[in-house]
Ligand binder design. Sequence first.
Ligand SMILES: C[S@@+](CC[C@H](N)C(=O)[O-])C[C@H]1O[C@@H](n2cnc3c(N)ncnc32)[C@H](O)[C@@H]1O
Length: 271
Amino acid sequence: MATPGQPGDGGVPVNIRTDIPHPARVYDYWLGGKDNFAADRAAAEQVLQFMPEIVDTVRGNRQFLVRAVAFLRDAGIRQFLDIGSGLPSSPNVHEVVQAGGTGARVVYTDHDQVVVSHAQALMTKRNEDSVSVVHADLRDVDKILSGAAGLLDLTQPVALIFAGVLHHIPDSDDPAGVVARYLAALAPGSYLVISHATDEPSPEKMAANAQVADNSGTILIPRDRDAILRMFNGRELVDPGLVLVSYWRPEGGEPGPNADRAWVYGGVAAV
Ligand SMILES: C[S@@+](CC[C@H](N)C(=O)[O-])C[C@H]1O[C@@H](n2cnc3c(N)ncnc32)[C@H](O)[C@@H]1O
């Protein structure tokens, strides 16, 4: 079904399938967003039946991303490259890092046309010139870096962000090796942010979640902490290291009561 410009999609000028679940819109539903349709909600509710922790997991991931980029903004980083950025979800990375008029620049990238169209529509509406969008698969490192160089000065420090995306890259494509190719292009003083789903708390529930994702054509590979740590390529992590996301510099110093229900590891490393 071709359905351009449905309510809730921001009037995106592309033909989109609304009759089958779309991973970014399913994720949006769990986050409490409005950019989703009946098929997305049905898939999201299916997972909620056997893994109610999914809501804490995706929200914990998103809140970690916000805290991590705020930390880097406060550390003086003014350039951000957000890979696998997903549907706009307030607060977006650019809203956090530009708070207080920092003048920070942000490049969003995603391989998904629906996501990219939403991001472009948002930027057009806001007349943004400090934010750009690159449409590419993250494994196409050269395309993303050359697209990012249109807005970012890669001779200066950059925060490179892989939030909730490397678990979509199979081992056969060497996710740690892909990250290493980006790191090689970054200037001293840069930072690396990674968050990644884990199945350590419940392999059964995460396997069932991955099966639902697979049914709509999305690969989801939760990994253990050691495998995720390898994606940092030996770079030194800032305190508290690689931890379940709710334990990474929580607001007020204390992780909330649902901290152990967010099944995602997250960390920030100096490049
Ligand atoms: C779970 S969402 C995470 C969104 C956001 N980064 C966050 O943490 O809230 C994963 C995003 O990664 C994107 N993605 C998946 N595989 C990708 C790939 N190979 N290259 C680029 N983006 C990818 C998806 O389209 C989706 O928007």
